[in-house]
Design a protein around this ligand. Sequence first.
Ligand code: N01
Length: 552
Amino acid sequence: DGEDLREMLSIAVGEDVSADYVSMMREDLEAIQPDPRGLNWRHEPAPEKLAAFPVVIIGAGMSGVCAGIRLKEAGIPFTIIEKNSAVGGSWYENFYPGCGVDTPNHFYSYSFFLNHDWSHFFAKRDELWSYFEDATDRYAIRDHIQFETEVVSADYDDASATWTVTTLTGDGRTEQLSAKSVISAVGVLNRPKLPDIPGRDTFAGVALHTAQWDASLDLSGKKVVMIGTGASGQQVGPTIAPDVAQLTILQRSPHWVVPNPNYFAEVSDGMKWALAHIPSFARWYRFQLFWAFADGLHASLQVDPTWDDGGKSISQINARHRLYMERYLRAKLGEDTPLIEKVTPSYPPYGKRILIDNNWFDMLQRPNVELVTDQIAQIVPEGVVMADGRTIEADVLIYATGFQASKMLAPMKITGKQGRDLHQFWGPDDATAYLGTMVPEFPNFFILMGPNTGLAHGGNVIFITECQVRLILACLQEVLEGDAKAIDVRHKAHDDYVAEVDALHANMVWTHKGLTNWYRNDAGRVFALLPYRLVDYWKMTKDFRREDFLLS
Ligand code: N01
């Protein structure tokens, strides 16, 4: 019963787990068929009605593939428009040295397509990309994908409740598709951000962003300068350091780094066997990872207003995380006090995305690696000039400088009811959406990985995507089982949701004074991250609140 399950969950993670998790775990364990996360018709619409309701999904990355799989199961016709020549999105586009996931794969995978054969607990890019390729074929959605085609705009016509989606094909043709619903699955981390440093274009060597890597680039014996020390830099640096002549890392601010004993480990044959054969073992293991990489950390993100240690942490538990991470980096760097000072963040743990140690501290102690924390003054043909006048020569300049995350859904132009422009409604960098998915006056338009759906403390965006797809299916079900043509979220529901998100963020680590991160816009509002526990978001997207919607 529920209490037994709660106790078992608590024993599984070695902490007290609340009753909130029982229903979610039950859904996983009971493996009910048909899957409650898919669309289960109450009154299955006639085939003609389904056939007259085509959906366009924009993007065949992790989230677009997930939406396609679920629409296919439901019998709803759909086309996926993908700008690349392959599926996988970020996992297709990013192949910089060391590229891989830092959420363990037995959790970072679709709940309906578990893989018991991951070679490593944290797979590298090729294996991840293959996983999404496999899912595409296993669920037979490849024929629904139009590759090398980019969506330029989507416009809604009130009278016919129809979206016109305009695309640009690889050979330069403009085409139009008619759809009853549009699902944006374009992601948030796909438009590289190059720093605004004077002289950037004057560099005479090879300059490239991590997300636009050149497979033919040979770094051996080269002098390399890397700007940025976030999740991408953390993976590139230690991977290339043994090959290059000199690696100079330009760090604007340090990031917190945690060790993970499984980070480089292969999954043993015994573990693979257990995952495949012991009933429910894979689900229990998944819950352990869910806890360790997501909800179990949620308390350490909350500000305790009575806590004051000069801004180094936000609560007692957060301070304990800080102590653990500080001890770890000190143990790694030994007596090197100047280096310890350079890599110890002044802000609380989790203020920026937490990183898993990819031999970062070992790399920093290599004779051919230097960590420079001075300000960059300009880029010149020979390299980078620092504020103190020193010129760091480079053959190759790597920008590990992140993405233009705040420009959500750009550069597409989306117009809803009465020509309402989505980007005008949002302004330049203030994207909002009900449950991160729906914007008022954009009927039958849904956003996957939209505003306030990201995770920075760990987490798993595939989990979020599956929750969003469930919500979208519930919306489409309302339309297709009834007489309505379209579903729209009410302004009040959207505004109340955004107000709650903002109020929660005001007491979370991301808004800590003096802290910079890519989760906030110019006005300081956290537009990128989810403030809730994953179990809360699971429940909010599962329990369809009819009163929040307008059917027309
Ligand atoms: O980018 P980032 P990323 N001068 O924005 C620095 C996901 N991801 O590509 O911290 C000097 O985090 C900037 O400095 P600062 C993950 O969600 C996941 O690394 O702003 N430095 C920072 O150090 C992640 O959060 C995985 O002071 C400049 C770095 O560049 C997201 O992608 C792997 C600068 C940018 O860090 C983005 O990660 C990779 C300037 N002008 C990515 N401008 C895994 O799952 C920026 N910086 C493993």
